[in-house]
Design a protein around this ligand. Sequence first.
Ligand SMILES: [Mg+2]
Length: 391
Amino acid sequence: MKITAITPWIIQVPWSERPGETPSEDNKRELLFTQVDTDEGITGWGEVTTYPGVAGNRSIAHMIREVGATLIGRDPAHIERIWNDNIRSLTYVGTRGAVSATASAIDIALWDIRGKELGQPIYMLLGGPVRDRIGLYTHPPQTNEPVQAAIDAKEIVASGHRAFKFDPMMHSIPEGNAHYIDGQISQRGMEEAWEITAAIREAVGPSIELLIDAHGKYNVPTAIDLCRGLEASNIFWFEEPVPVESNHALRQVREKINAKISVGERLFTRWEFIDVFEKELADFIMPDVTWTGGISELKKISTLAESYYIPISPHDASGPINVMAGAQVMMTVPNFYKLETSRYDLSDYNQFIDEPLEIREGDLYVPDRPGLGVNLDPDALKRFAIEGFNG
Ligand SMILES: [Mg+2]
């Protein structure tokens, strides 16, 4: 079998504001997928949706197109060799971040092809299952109102999910990471975060796991103050307290808070996790399969974490290929905590996939269909794709 084409797709698909609402043209969500075709008619799908804004997706889509062109004629079963070639071919611009995301898109699609060729789900090619379902954690809609936050939280619990994640500081720093300057939040913004979190804890009771995402936006003293107030609501983890560049800053925060720390969505490839384990910087790691190096790399990072007895909880907050690629690996990983999804109701994906994801009571059931277990609908992609990345 030979690779005949590698095609990045960027779609802008109508999205619903809240679960159950009709997807709206005014609220589109951008997703970046990769199609890998072969001379035997088998197609594999990858994903690398990135944030924030459009520049990241378009830059990486161009890289996928350029790197993909060098792979025409290669055997898609040579997944490990192609991963290394892709990473090393871009050594002079660095091997991680955009480069590992590009490698991820292709790697995921190659595993999809390999599974389809052999008639097996990917988890059967990675050592077989150690569990029969994938526990999920999810997200409520963003709000700055404690009353609304409590209503949304109860809706998630009613769906059967036992954990969810939110950023109660988001409305105070709406520009997020794109405009990081001083790493501070106003006193009022901090108090509102504590109030929203307390209202949610009050609404859901003591046993639901509340994960707080700081999105790497704070300096050391701000992160410490923020977390100490959140600890009153018995949060389950405090995610990315400081920007990813300084493990020293992360250590300072870790030494002064009680909450467990999770990091990893901005760490790429196995090499960037070594310091986290060796310096004991986190209680959980949460790499994203579409950014850290794909299925091949997520499996290796999981095993590395296992050897330190650190649980892994993939960041899979983008599209359905992201979710299923993470789930396929976690079916085989003993030290798995939970897999992330962007909301408890993922039916908006059904506008462009062939089979709805099977989620019941907060668990994802991975089908025994070959490959990833989900396919994108090319007609739907055509309908939602943007100029220049439409096949
Ligand atoms: Mg996060």
